[in-house]
Design a protein around this ligand. Structure first.
Ligand code: 0O2
Length: 200
């Protein structure tokens, strides 16, 4: 499906996802062995659909072409890391930053500064060196790191955004905001309870 828009560049997008996933698996294994727990619950990956990429280019007032898709929009390749606790999110961010060949292009902490609608997540865009056919090339990847609760919320909110003609949209938006705040409190409480259990 994507190949028609991304053409041969799809190879780079798939390669960057494979590369980061491999590094994340090393982090998970190391943490399991040396710290007795894996900070990551699950990982989802995707290559942005042609439709969604075209829509984003238009939204950013950019000409719809492959060059802009790969150089001006940074999330053609995307990885979502879902953790149980908020401190795991920050631990994973730090672990990724320890790879000194990864260059941070952009970073947004929507956990510390949530969006108006209640959206919470940590976003980081890396430029990743890949060796393809003997040539080192840098490819962007967007990594979103969040808790299970934040992921649950954002899936529902995403569903609402893409449904047209929703009745009582204002009420739903308000309810989602209320839930986002409740979830944020629960995330903090769960972390505190886990710390109490660990102390025992
Ligand atoms: P899709 O269809 O999910 O892929 P900017 O950095 O401001 O130039 P960008 O890329 O919009 O541009 O930055 P941001 O805010 O980091 O958003 C990147 C992605 O995060 C979005 O990609 C969404 O996947 C997700 N996201 C951001 N805000 C929200 C939100 O309010 N709700 C939900 N559910 N997801 C959000 P896309 O391409 O916009 O959308």
């Amino acid at each position: 499906m994507q190949t028609s828009f991304y053409k041969d560049e799809i190879i780079k997008l798939e390669a960057v996802i494979t590369e980061i996933t491999a590094r994340l698996n090393v982090i998970r294994k190391y943490e399991k062995i040396y710290n007795d727990r894996d900070p990551i619950e699950y990982i989802k990956t995707r290559i942005k659909s042609e439709e969604s990429m075209k829509e984003k280019l238009k939204r950013k007032n950019l000409e719809v072409n492959l060059e802009n898709a790969l150089s001006k929009v940074y999330d053609a390749a995307g990885i979502r890391i879902v953790c149980a606790y908020i401190d795991d999110v920050y631990a994973v961010v730090e672990k990724l930053k320890q790879y000194d060949d990864l260059i941070v292009i952009k970073e947004k902490d929507y956990i510390k500064d949530p969006k108006k609608n209640g959206y919470r997540s940590y976003h980081i865009i890396f430029s990743v060196p890949l060796s393809i056919a003997g040539i080192i090339q840098r490819v962007y990847v967007e990594i979103q790191i969040r808790t299970i609760a934040m992921d649950f919320w954002s899936s529902l909110e995403h569903e609402m955004k893409y449904k047209k003609n929703i009745k009582s949209q204002e009420i739903i938006v308000e309810e989602l905001k209320r839930c986002a705040n409740e979830i944020a409190t629960t995330d903090i409480n769960m972390m505190a309870i886990r710390n109490m259990i660990n102390k025992c």
